[in-house]
Write a protein that binds this ligand. Structure first.
Ligand code: FES
Ligand SMILES: [Fe+2]
Length: 345
């Protein structure tokens, strides 16, 4: 069960060209391709005749997709426009088409009611296109776990001290209390840690020496998009109200978790930073180190999914408060969507 009326990331933009790209989103098989005019189209990936995936057929020069079994041709709205051997295609010869939009180097798809799809509802990425900020453009991986184990993980700043000891975390930050804030469309877990060591991943980049004040801002927005902000400022300069110290290190990590099905997630991400906007080597280093750290998450979360599937646990720790609030929020939205009841506040 997934929230359907929401934008999810289906692919990176460079993956989609003049060929048929199969993928699965919220348990539904979809075929993506780029039309002659450059726009992306998305169709249900199953021919209505004998359910051969359309992605096993052929993309035609007129942007139609020809089934590879008996040659039915569908246009990008999903209508059958050619049925070899028949004067006119049968009425049932139709496939679903999905609204799509491209933003931030990603292809977004709407799996719910097409009339409700508004690309303006795609999450806003602060600092995107800001010439003073650098970006390491996206990467992706498949994680063999339910997407909610990833949202749990990305609302849990404490895990870095154990899962990412050599990168994002260190023992200096264990035990600092967390604040949890629940809003209409998001849950935010955050904490300041004063006068602590700079963790290894960031130490290469911060402009100041000595200890730091560090803020972890872990936020998940409905349906499953994480905005993780890292703030490192010289020890003694932490503030939520004053302008940042001139040497502050800021990194905003955007993480988009697309359920493939109940036990698989496609994980897309990119990061923005407030320094070295044009330094490709810094971008490469970020990309490499982030991927390494996310592989550490992948190993843990796949084992968690397998362990919980075998023998579920009801034991919760204090740091589970934020993740559980997000799970409740998503479940309430899914229930409302399915029953047609008003969306809960
Ligand atoms: S299975 Fe597609 S035309 Fe027969
Ligand atoms: Fe992690």
């Amino acid at each position: 069960m997934f929230l359907k009326n929401a934008w999810y990331v289906a692919a990176s933009d460079h993956e989609i060209g003049r060929r048929l790209h199969p993928c699965k989103v919220l348990g539904e098989d979809v075929v993506l391709y780029r039309k002659q005019n450059g726009a992306v189209a998305a169709l249900e990936d199953a021919c209505p005749h004998r359910k051969l995936p359309l992605s096993m057929g052929r993309l035609l020069d007129n942007d139609g997709v020809e089934c590879g079994y008996h040659g039915l041709v569908f246009d990008c709205s999903g209508s059958c426009v050619k049925a070899p051997g028949m004067a006119k295609p049968a009425k049932q010869a139709v496939v679903r088409s999905y609204p799509v939009a491209e933003r931030y180097g990603l292809v977004w798809i709407w799996m719910g009611d097409p009339d409700k799809a508004d690309p303006d509802d795609i999450l806003n990425v602060e600092h995107w296109g800001d010439p003073t900020w650098g970006v390491n453009r996206g990467d992706a991986m498949t994680v063999n776990c339910n997407y909610l184990y990833l949202t749990d993980n990305l609302l849990d700043p404490s895990h870095v001290s154990w899962v990412h000891q050599t990168s994002f975390g260190n023992s200096d930050i264990v035990g600092h209390p967390l604040q949890t804030q629940v809003d209409e469309d998001r849950v935010l877990v955050s904490r300041w840690m004063k006068n602590v060591e700079v963790a290894p991943f960031y130490a290469k980049f911060v402009k100041f020496s000595g200890n730091c004040d560090r803020k972890q801002h872990y936020e998940i927005r409905v349906p499953s998009h994480a905005v993780i902000k890292a703030i490192f400022t010289p020890a003694g300069t932490a503030s939520d109200t004053e302008p940042f110290h001139p040497d502050v290190f800021l990194m905003d990590s955007y993480n988009f978790l697309t359920p493939v099905d109940e036990s698989t997630t496609r994980y897309f991400w990119f990061q923005l930073r407030n320094f070295s906007p044009d330094d490709e080597e810094v971008s490469r280093q970020f990309a490499r180190d982030v991927r390494h750290a996310f592989e550490e998450d992948r190993v843990v979360l796949e084992a968690v999914h397998a362990g919980m599937a075998k023998s579920p646990s009801r034991l919760n720790l204090p740091q589970d408060a934020g993740p559980l609030r997000f799970r409740q929020k998503v479940q309430a939205l899914i229930d409302a969507e399915r029953s047609g009841a008003p969306v809960p506040a």
